[in-house]
Design a protein around this ligand. Structure first.
Ligand code: IMP
Length: 434
């Protein structure tokens, strides 16, 4: 059985949770490898809606082992809330969830630093989710972070906490003129968290190694997306982790040689939440229409998402950086009412049309998108059960996108339900067909 990475190809919110949920019955393990509770992975089961922040989306399936890998940063309070709400809704947590000892903790001063830093950045603010994810990764890189294993070692935890609180209080007070923290309250609160979470904390890299040796197949659930990657995204308007497929290895301890494939998730159009460049952004009536039909509001913060046309330049870049084998295209039905559709095929900058995604911030802000226009299908496609059921214009749209990106579109979703996912015949079929 293969081990595959599921990765977002745009700026997040592509519907990764839904795709992971659909794929979970054919894998044994689902592991998150980066990000934290800045993620909001939505899964709709009948009339029930679940939004996962730190827990892998596979948890709804009995028999699936769910792992939070070492590359994730964990806010224990938020994680416990998520666990309790799942238990209340009847989801079993009986030896099916494991948390890496090496995962770093989000501490109460991290969200405070996140918000204070954003307030200071002014018009260059990133528009973070305010969950403290960036400052937690800062501490990890600075080698002063506190890990899940430390939570189980009272003396070491206190020592690291004392150092961090003293250091962060100076920054909060002297740079940001913000509220400071006391060691004792955090210590007591995190002792309680330790009691709660201790049964789940283990060496997950070793566990994954043993599971893979035993022939179990693993799905690596990416959070956020390619264009938000700390190295490959639209820096500095990115999140602080390695969201691309490469992060799956470092964020779990599974070597790249054990990973067999990468599935990219893309919306049929584009959205972005927060600040930063967005080459195909639209405004006015069309933006409102996409937002309303796609319910484009942040799953974590409720912020309205910025909306735009499909960007084949960025998507081809995502295909290259992640080594995509196949694309799952979500929310095609959101385009049902469009008279015409646009796909960006290049960026016009300085008298040239660029077709390879540029790395310069100035170009992202100043380039003009070059569009190809296609006819809309103006029909409801939510009831389609096979590719062949789709109107000709919808198939043309998919075929053109596939051609421009150079990767097969193997799955298309036409609505929020589990059953509204169409798969192309044959694995990695290069063309769409009946
Ligand atoms: P942070 O991850 O909270 O530091 O936010 C950094 C950037 O990533 C901001 O533009 C956020 O809006 C964006 N971001 C973080 N998580 C998500 C997500 O799950 N979906 C979409 N955007 C996200």
């Amino acid at each position: 059985m293969p081990n595959i990475v599921v990765v977002g190809t745009q700026w997040g919110d592509e519907g990764k949770g839904k795709v992971v949920d659909v794929l979970t019955p054919i894998v044994n393990v689902v592991v998150r490898y980066q990000g934290g509770n800045n993620a909001g992975h939505t899964v709709v089961v009948g009339r029930d809606k679940y939004v996962f922040h730190s827990i892998p989306s596979g948890i709804l399936h009995r028999g699936c082992t769910c792992i939070i890998g070492c590359g994730v940063v964990i806010d224990p309070g938020s994680l416990i809330e998520e666990l309790e709400s799942l238990v209340q809704r009847g989801v079993a947590l009986d030896g099916n969830l494991f948390i890496s000892k090496n995962a770093h903790l989000i501490m109460p001063y991290h969200p405070a630093l996140d918000l204070a830093s954003e307030a200071h950045l002014g018009k260059r603010r990133i528009g973070t989710t305010g969950r403290g994810v960036g400052p937690a990764y800062m501490d990890k890189a600075a080698r002063v972070g506190i890990r899940m294993a430390d939570l189980l070692d009272e003396r070491l935890f206190r020592e690291k906490l004392e150092y961090n609180v003293a250091q962060k209080n100076r920054i909060l007070r002297e740079i940001y003129d913000a509220q400071t923290f006391g060691v004792e309250a955090i210590f007591q609160q995190y002792r309680r968290y330790a009691g709660w979470l201790a049964p789940y904390i283990t060496d997950t890299a070793l566990l994954l190694h043993r599971l893979i040796e035993a022939g179990r197949s693993v799905l690596f659930e990416g959070a956020q997306a390619t264009m938000l990657d700390i190295d490959h995204g639209t820096y500095p308007y990115v999140t602080s982790s390695s969201t691309t497929a490469g992060g799956a290895a470092t964020g779990t301890g599974v070597p790249p040689t054990k990973i067999n494939g990468v599935l990219g998730i893309s919306k049929a159009y584009c959205t972005r939440v927060g600040g930063g460049p967005f080459m195909t952004e639209v405004y006015g009536e069309m933006a409102d229409r996409l937002r309303a039909r796609g319910n484009e509001y942040g799953a974590v913060t409720g912020r309205p998402r910025r909306c735009g046309w499909a960007d084949a330049v960025a998507l081809r870049y995502a295909a290259r950086i992640n080594g995509l084998d196949t694309i799952a295209l979500t929310k095609l039905d959101v385009l049902d009412t469009c008279e015409t559709l646009r796909i960006c095929v290049g960026y016009r900058y300085g008298g040239e049309v660029l077709t390879d995604f540029p790395e310069e911030e100035r170009i992202w802000h100043e380039a003009e998108p070059v569009y190809e226009e296609l006819e809309g299908w103006q029909d409801e496609i939510g009831g389609a059960t096979a590719f062949g059921d789709l109107p000709a214009a919808a198939r043309t749209y998919l075929e053109r996108l596939q051609e421009l990106v150079g990767v097969a579109i193997g799955v298309v979703s036409v609505g929020p339900g589990r059953e509204q996912s169409l798969t192309a015949g044959g694995s990695g079929a290069p063309t769409l067909g009946g």
